[in-house]
Design a protein around this ligand. Sequence first.
Ligand code: PLP
Length: 401
Amino acid sequence: MAYIVDLRSDTVTKPTEAMKHAMVNSALGDDVYGEDPTINALESKLASMLGKQAALFVPSGTMANLIAIMVHCNKRGSEAFVGNLSHIYKYEQGGAAHVAGVLLSTLTNNPDGTFDLQELESRFRGTDVHEPISSLVAVENTHNCCGGKKPPPKKLKDHDPITSLVAVENTHNCCGGKALPLKFLDDLSAICKRHNVPLHMDGARLFNACEYLKEDPSRVVRDCDSISVCFSKGLSAPVGSGLVGSYHFIEQARRMRKLLGGGMRQAGVLAAAAIVALDEVVPLLRLDHKRANIMSKVIEGLFLKSFKVDVEGQHSNIILVRIPESSPLTAQKVVARLAQVCLAETQGDCKTPNDEGVIVKAIYFNSKTVRFTLHREISDEDLWLAIMKITYVFKELDATA
Ligand SMILES: Cc1ncc(COP(=O)(O)O)c(C=O)c1O
């Protein structure tokens, strides 16, 4: 038997005892009729925490993002800008195209989760999404092909997609849990407002961003027209996300949720856990950040040629370990080795006080990036066991690379 420290994702967290208690004792009703008191309580709580008018409880983060896209891009063939490393673009089954008929156009994510705002502005199609297509004008910035001169405004053709949404991710998963700088969000929202294009935030880990920035959620999402928030990641609830925005937005989102089959009945049993998550688990996120910080500092302190971490850029609970391109090692091999226990480990010091070997579960983003994610179920003891195992395996692999 081996002791397992599961650092694959913060989604592996199970409900707390307080959540289970709240679930069993929750007041219930038919939410499709708007009659579930626990869901209503969760929705108004979340809306007020984010400083918005209304919220909607939905089964998943993927559905929350898709509904946001469907409401904002209500004309098929319209365009939404997202980062090329965003969850919406990489991991949501192309739902925007598949279900909503929306073109996702990508902007290259910088390592901090931002993207180039000048490029975004130069690529907007249509100055006002509310204008009828034939009267739309696309203003381009100075253009290479035009010798740097600003070309005259051009009429959008009938077949040009209309830019109808920009979406950001905060914290940014593939960029290592980075919290977007407020300055970036402020500048981005100014551009979106200028072009009358709504801004959505995939805030699956919004409260991690707020913890890092030491800002109130209402400030971080101040200029967003819609926000999705996950209760089932680091917040440990079993199921569910919240979609937040104006009354008008949520009214339409409710219809889209029904369309997607996400209208739930006595789902207050789930919302009850989400309320506990907001009250009791959000304040604990700082511990995950602290432990992630310790782990990344230890990995950096090993000074190994094959494994690099960005301690400065360690904002939240996600640690990315990069393997240099020149190394023969692959992230798959590292993840597989961490999941094994060899005899020498248990005969030496790499074991629990009960003489059990240690398995660390991790995932790889690509062949050169391993991800570790800290979460509520990782205690200080687990942290040190994981650090011991990672140190052992990284040194072993580094010596052979
Ligand atoms: C940033 C981000 N957005 C959205 C999602 C989708 O959430 P769900 O798995 O609930 O559909 C995830 C899931 O890991 C995520 O990391």
